[in-house]
Design a protein around this ligand. Structure first.
Ligand code: GTB
Length: 217
């Protein structure tokens, strides 16, 4: 059964592949599963029809037969559990890869997202200049530990897994922020993920959505 995912009709990132459909596209490309994409507008996302798929009125969603899923982590875990290529066969290694998925989503991504949101939403507030360095430090604390654990390894736990896919996508949110550059092994790790053919196919497909809009809007 060919699954269908949802993505922004007009992504605010203008095709930079930062919205969370990108990680799902990448996972599907890694396992060689063809899929359909349904593009949704911001208003359609808040309509009852979409909320039946996603209670919070967001993308991505995933539909496959009578299964409907939301949350990129759950979607990628489902893909990884049902195909070869994103989780190791060994039971312990498999759980460690899943732990890295959770670490990316629950431990590393939250301070990155908080920093990002403050820089959008609180830039004109009196506390902004004082708050940003505190949030930078919280991000750096996570990167310090991640960098030590990765060391000179290629991936977080031997071979590439869904844990690396998720971590690379989370680290991408730091692009251009002047932080990741201080962690050469993490920068190289991120580039290694982005160099994977499956990543490139997924990236090009989401970029094509942006490029197909006459105004680029
Ligand atoms: N925890 C959920 C998951 O992992 O699936 C979070 C889903 C989520 O945040 N979806 C966002 C959304 O639908 C898109 S990805 N937002 C619309 C809304 O809430 O109304 C977040 C995102 C959006 C845009 C950029 N960007 O432009 O750079 C980056 C990331």
């Amino acid at each position: 059964m060919r699954p269908a995912i949802t993505a922004f009709e007009s992504s605010p990132d203008q095709g930079r592949g930062l919205a969370r459909d990108m990680r799902v596209r990448w996972a599907l490309e890694e396992v060689g599963q063809a899929y359909d994409v349904r593009l949704v507008s911001f208003s359609a996302m808040k309509e009852p029809a979409h909320r039946r798929l996603h209670p919070f009125g967001q993308i991505p969603t995933y539909e496959e037969g009578d299964l409907a899923l939301f949350e990129s982590g759950a979607i990628i875990l489902h893909i990884a559990e049902h195909h070869v290529g994103l989780l190791p066969d060994d039971a312990n290694a498999r759980m460690r890869a899943i732990a890295w998925m959770f670490a990316a989503l629950n431990t590393v991504e939250p301070p990155i997202v908080e920093r990002e949101q403050v820089s959008y939403l609180e830039r004109d507030k009196t506390w902004y200049e004082a708050r940003l360095p505190l949030l930078d430090n919280r991000v750096r604390n996570r990167l310090d530990d991640l960098s030590i654990r990765l060391g000179d390894g290629e991936w977080l736990d031997n071979g590439f897994s869904a844990g690396d896919l998720m971590m690379v996508m989370v680290l991408r949110r730091l692009e251009g922020k002047g932080i990741l550059e201080d962690y050469p092994n993490l920068s190289t790790y991120m580039a290694r993920g982005q160099a994977r053919p499956a990543y490139k196919r997924a990236f090009d497909d989401q970029l094509a959505v942006f490029a197909s809009k006459p105004t680029g809007a």
